[in-house]
Design a protein around this ligand. Structure first.
Ligand SMILES: Cc1ncc(COP(=O)(O)O)c(C=O)c1O
Length: 403
């Protein structure tokens, strides 16, 4: 059964907006998604009825807020088949990846290696660079091979030196490549390395199961999956939570504090210092309920079909350079002839079509493609074929005017 996109769109008030006199076509979902009323209402309800600080009150409101916060954690855990205590709330995927880099590298020995890939977002490169410089560690990058896929050979070579950790993206936010995360985690484990999955572009769009995947860490952001900004998640395998050090210090992450030393709270609170984003966690939980009701399988099929149509229409324009494998996630990166990506995006905006143009926070990869910038259309459950046609129409106009 296909998605009832028209019914879904009714739940997203922002999609009724006009831009430049045209109905908005929001095709920048890899950057952030729009929010359904159910999410906005859940957050408003929390602030209207039981806003209080969590884990520290003995009054009714604090108990209710704590209950709602912990229920959200359990719901999010269930969504990726984790235990509630394995879910650590962060600000976003970036903070989750910084957390992993900090707790893993602080225990590293000089000269140890960190393995990444050539298709990483800056948030899975820069934290490792910072810690590599701090601790005298080496960085390696598994290469992109044929057809915009990771080279298995290069991964195995990178792992052959038993790196400390292999941190890789599940889905590339530029290419739409879907990496075989279970295989990559297995190979990391066999090499004695931790595995860390940047799932910022996968958890919002497909069913992810951390047990099946076998990862040690997995990071994602609430705002890319219908949830609010300011809430992210780090899954950390239970056994590692005990032996790795805390990230930030402060209230809530301790069980006892003295002038000389302190003792940590049980995980996940050991990794959540200070007042958390309670409304954000509740909003993300409501987003997950929404996604579950629609069905992750249906969402993934719908987006892939839109991406397929988009590639077909762009190829028909001629002079289109399209980056990514045939079997891609629901996003398409491209350039049209000599039209600069920013000009193409401005043409699209003129038609009410919102796409991203730039390096997509993956400068090394976009440079490898031989481009300074690309356009990127990225789809979600509320997008339609008609919106893809409108993008294609705008790109034709851009090609005629500037190409
Ligand atoms: C693959 C990937 N990783 C990490 C991030 C960082 O997400 P955030 O900015 O929400 O921390 C993004 C955001 O675009 C992404 O696409």
């Amino acid at each position: 059964m296909a998605l009832d996109v028209e019914a879904i769109r009714e739940d997203f008030p922002i999609l009724r907006r006009k831009v430049n006199g045209k109905r908005i076509a929001y095709l920048d979902n890899a950057a952030t998604s729009q929010k359904p009323l159910a999410v906005l209402e859940a957050m408003e309800r929390y602030y209207r009825t039981c806003n209080a600080n969590v884990h520290r009150g003995t009054h009714r409101l604090s108990e209710e807020a704590t209950d709602a916060y912990e229920k959200a954690r359990a719901n999010i855990a269930g969504f990726i088949n984790a235990q509630p205590e394995e879910i650590i709330f962060t600000k976003n995927a970036t903070e989750a990846l910084n957390l992993v880099a900090s707790v893993v590298c602080r225990q590293a020995k000089e000269g140890q290696r960190i393995l990444l890939t050539q298709m990483e977002h800056h948030s899975n490169i820069v934290p490792w660079q910072i810690w590599a410089a701090e601790r005298g560690l080496e960085l390696g990058y598994a290469e992109i091979g044929e057809g915009f896929s990771l080279s298995g050979q290069s991964v195995l070579e990178g792992l052959s030196g038993s790196p400390l950790i292999f941190s890789f993206t599940h889905i590339s936010n530029v290419l739409g490549t879907i990496n075989d995360a279970a295989w990559l985690c297995r190979k990391a484990r066999q090499a004695g390395a931790y595995s860390c999955v940047d799932a910022a572009q996968s958890v919002p769009h497909m069913q992810v199961d951390v047990r099946e995947m076998g990862c040690d860490f997995l990071a994602f952001s609430g705002h890319k999956m219908l949830g609010p900004m300011g809430i992210g998640v780090l899954y950390m395998r239970r056994r590692l939570q005990e032996c790795l050090p805390p990230f930030l210090g402060g209230g809530d992450m301790i069980s006892s504090v003295g002038f000389e030393r302190s003792y940590w709270n049980a995980p996940p609170r050991k990794y959540e210092a200070g007042t958390p984003n309670v409304a954000g966690a509740i909003g993300l939980s409501a987003a997950i309920d929404y996604l579950r009701r629609v069905g992750m399988g249906k969402i993934a099929r719908h987006e892939k079909e839109l991406a397929r149509l988009c590639v077909e229409r762009l190829e028909a324009i001629g002079k289109a350079r399209i980056y990514g494998p045939k079997k891609r996630a629901g996003l398409v990166s491209f350039n049209i002839g000599s039209v600069h990506a920013h000009d193409a995006a401005a043409f699209a905006d003129g038609e009410g079509v919102q796409i991203r143009a730039g390096h997509h926070c993956a400068m090394p990869l976009v440079r490898m493609l031989g481009e300074a910038a690309t356009c990127r259309a990225s789809f979600y459950l509320y997008n339609t074929e008609e919106e893809v046609e409108r993008l294609s129409h705008a790109m034709r106009k851009a090609q005629r005017a500037l190409g």
